[in-house]
Design a protein around this ligand. Structure first.
Ligand SMILES: NC(=O)c1ccc[n+]([C@@H]2O[C@H](COP(=O)([O-])OP(=O)(O)OC[C@H]3O[C@@H](n4cnc5c(N)ncnc54)[C@H](OP(=O)(O)O)[C@@H]3O)[C@@H](O)[C@H]2O)c1
Length: 161
């Protein structure tokens, strides 16, 4: 059965990025992202793909973009319907890795969220969508501090209706 998971690192106000870049560079968050997504399909929007600049290794990289993508290692879709049809046929955990437009698109379908919640704010131009916390079971996986800023890595699992 497919599991759809959103994974992101967010500021206190939900900030995700600014001018196409990430806001935070927390080594443990990066390691958690790598370890958690390894071997699984990762789905991203065109802006996030351009900001990463290369396919993430050892993962099927899927990009939603209206622009042609020439990299043979990328599976690309030009519209949401084709992407969703493809994802619905998968039998593994699929990770939505951003940015804001992709999180927004898939929030209502998410079975699980992994959020690195940073206890700080920076100017941002893209934000994680708000969601109904009561629909999810919250588990704090890790707490830490990086450059004097505290953070928690939190798993939210959708409660069964
Ligand atoms: N904090 C985190 O965990 C995290 C994670 C990922 C990204 N980010 C940040 O988020 C920001 C980017 O977010 P974003 O929302 O601006 O961009 P995005 O979601 O990465 O990409 C938006 C692009 O996706 C494509 N797209 C979206 N909807 C589409 C549709 N219905 N049909 C076809 N293509 C569609 C288009 O690509 P084309 O323009 O190619 O046509 C659109 O410009 C950056 O600052 C990035 O660093 C943060």
């Amino acid at each position: 059965m497919r599991v759809l998971t959103l994974i992101a690192c967010i500021s206190k106000d939900g900030g995700l990025g600014k001018s196409g870049q990430l806001l935070w560079h927390i080594p443990e968050d990066m390691q958690f992202f790598r370890k958690t997504t390894m071997g699984h399909p990762v789905v991203m929007g065109g802006a996030t793909y351009r900001s990463i600049g290369r396919p993430l290794p050892k993962r099927q990289n899927i990009v939603l973009s209206r622009l042609p993508i020439t990299d043979q290692n990328i599976l690309s879709f030009t519209n949401q319907t084709d992407l969703e049809n493809y994802l619905s046929q998968q039998d593994t955990e699929v990770f939505i890795i951003g940015g804001a437009s992709l999180y927004q698109m898939f929030m209502s379908q998410a079975d699980r969220l992994y959020l690195t919640e940073v206890d700080g704010k920076k100017p941002a131009d893209t934000f994680f969508p708000s969601f109904d916390h009561s629909k999810y079971q919250k588990t704090v996986l890790r707490t830490g501090e990086s450059d004097g800023t505290k953070y928690q890595i939190v798993e939210y699992t959708k409660r069964k209706p």
